[in-house]
Design a protein around this ligand. Structure first.
Ligand code: SF4
Length: 305
């Protein structure tokens, strides 16, 4: 029973969300990459993903993030997005975005030529595009995301393309030792692209096997992070920025994720080891996986209160 007037996270309608890596390869190579790459190079099929999503939808899940690697490196990504949209999911696309402006090479956890993806083929099906920008110039940008020399200019071009198309966009910045003193300038760059752009600033998290190995190189103190991120937020308010600015310290993100890797295996990130929950291809495992999606969301709603 709820005490009248008491703050109760249950009163907020929860929106359970799935994080699904639908690709393994990426356009860039981040030494602080947070992903868990499956050792299996074969990707789970569109049919298996859609079957699982139909099941999850019957249990109340309506939101998902397609990530990777980079989801745009998946060979049949347009078809997958359209079929997912037909199931009435709100789709967030967590992508570097490179293929939206040019055919490109996959260079990390995969290789090969990735074709250009026409924005008009997917724009209407995507609820939110999440695009990284970690620097205010090429030098700072390339300290975290390596492998594409023109990345800073490309990210600006991608953001302008999405804004011009009327897409809903959030810019993701991972705050590290390399850019923590440049958050105002990164914010300024975002504001110059469009004053309505949403911006989310993440404290670098040593989460996942790759990021754990490079933690000493990128990790920053939470107090320093909060101070600088707040300063950047205030700086942008002073410029008349309209987009929402969110600040995400590591502590508020614990227990809120469940990852499904590119072969369909579901993992819950733990402090030192990941907990394996099962495969989305298995009818026996699906209920347990969806239960965890809902539990992770409850933690997300709690941490936002
Ligand atoms: S953009 Fe960086 S963090 Fe994201 S999947 Fe690619 S390598 Fe990993």
């Amino acid at each position: 029973m709820t005490t009248a007037g008491a703050k109760d996270w249950r009163s907020k309608a929860p929106e359970p969300m799935i994080n699904m890596a639908v690709a393994r390869a990426c356009f860039v190579r981040c030494p602080g990459c947070y992903n868990r790459f499956s050792p299996n190079q074969d990707l789970i099929s569109n049919d298996d993903i859609i079957d699982f999503l139909r099941f999850a939808s019957s249990r109340g899940v309506r939101k998902l993030t397609y990530c990777g690697g980079d989801p745009l490196t998946r060979p049949n990504i347009v078809e997958l997005i359209r079929r997912t949209n037909a199931l009435d999911y709100k789709i967030k696309l967590d992508t570097v975005g490179t293929a939206l402006i040019t055919p490109a090479k996959a260079i990390y956890f995969g290789s090969g030529d990735i074709p250009y993806v026409k924005l008009s083929d997917i724009a209407e099906s995507i609820y939110l595009f999440a695009i990284p920008l970690d620097g205010h110039n090429s030098e700072v940008t390339l300290k975290f995301r390596k492998g594409r020399d023109e990345l800073f200019d490309e990210q600006k071009k991608i953001l302008k393309l999405l804004v011009g198309f009327g897409c809903n966009v959030v810019v993701h910045t991972v705050a590290t030792q390399d850019n923590i003193n440049h958050l105002n300038c990164i914010g300024h760059t975002i504001h110059e692209i469009d004053k309505n752009l949403n911006w989310k600033i993440f404290q670098f998290s040593p989460n996942g096997p790759i990021a754990q190995r490079t933690a000493a190189r990128y990790e920053i103190d939470v107090q320093d992070f909060s101070k600088r991120a707040l300063e950047a937020k205030q700086y942008l308010s002073g410029l008349g920025h309209v987009g929402k600015i969110s600040i995400a310290p590591v502590a508020g993100r614990e227990g809120i994720y469940l990852f499904i890797d590119s072969e369909g295996k579901a993992w819950r990130p733990e402090d030192s080891n990941d907990q394996y929950l099962g495969s989305i291809v298995s009818a026996d495992d699906r209920p347990k996986i969806v239960e965890h999606v809902i539990a992770a969301n409850i933690n997300r709603v709690k941490s936002a209160n």
